[in-house]
Ligand binder design. Sequence first.
Ligand code: SF4
Length: 393
Amino acid sequence: MPPIAPTITATAPRVSTTPVETRNLWDEVVASVRAEYMSEVQNYPWIIGFSGGKDSTVVAQAVFEALLQVPPSWRKRHVHVVSNDTLVESPLVIAHLTKMQMTLREMADSLRLPVTVATTRPAADKTFWTLLIGKGYPSPNQTMRWCTDRLKIQPTSRYILGNVSAHGSAIVVLGVRLDESKSRRNSINKFQNLANSNLTPHSELRGAFIYRPIVHLTIDDVWEILGEREPPWGSTHRDLIQLYRDAAGGECPVVLSTDEAAGCGTSNSRFGCWTCTVVEKDKSLQGIVTSGNHRFSALIEFRQWLRNIRNDPRYRSVERRNGEIRFNPRGELIQHVPGPFTIQARKMILDKLLTTQGMYGDTLISADEIEQIHAIWADEISRPIKQRGERNE
Ligand code: SF4
């Protein structure tokens, strides 16, 4: 049974231009979150999608401030702050995120707030390297973006569904805003709130709902809040603001459904995976190098190479993984659709990745992933396609 919609509604105001207005705006956002927290839907947990970027940080701050305003005996709803680690996150972003998670955890523990800070990750057989180097999936591009679902949507969905089955429902709290982009606006407007409620049904996960406490804030509001409001967990947002300055721009937000996957790996999402071959140039890593972190040059060079070899027929099998040889009509021509990277190409990619790892001086691929990759290769070499029963991937 879906949960009863809360009766208390509050909507964040739209614009602010001065510090005083920002203060009022912020107070209203926090009051709105507090009202929602204490609404009739008391027992369904909140799951904050926390990427460590500016919008989800503002949401986390609003929730923590609201929680502190609620008397301890009324803090009945559990809050999960959940981040997804694709295992190929941009290194400075994951470092910032890890630090933030530690800070949030310490604050929650010391104040006995009903908060769990958690990280989701792709399954061992579905990581970027296991699929690309193990199974030979070609470097992702706009038309074959196999990664977003496996690296981001599935791990987060598993966590949400775990809560739905344990509690009957779960409410995902997201830092999405109408003015982020046209596609974001479309995705937000596609679903109406439930009657008398701030909740929208999740587009794909039955029993899950979405709550968007900062949906009406503008980007200026967000920066003003971060610049002027100290977070309840101490210190300032200076590190986060510096990260954006260094990386020259955007971020890869939390992606929860195939609807939103289109924004992953585009020019709007420059804080995505460092391996992302969907974008033409990785502006965030380039920005980080330009601001003095030269060790990241090795990553930029590797990513570019991975992108360049994608369509080189020397590195691609004629057959697909299920043995099929596919042709697609293209105008008057019939065009061969190449299969996965050949085993030789996969070995070449692994060698180059390990060399890059040596130059970079930190882990880029784990020992577990290398083990998985060798097991997949051994299976592929030792058994004919028919016995492997591969799907057409
Ligand atoms: S950022 Fe790029 S590589 Fe990472 S999941 Fe999105 S599209 Fe795929």
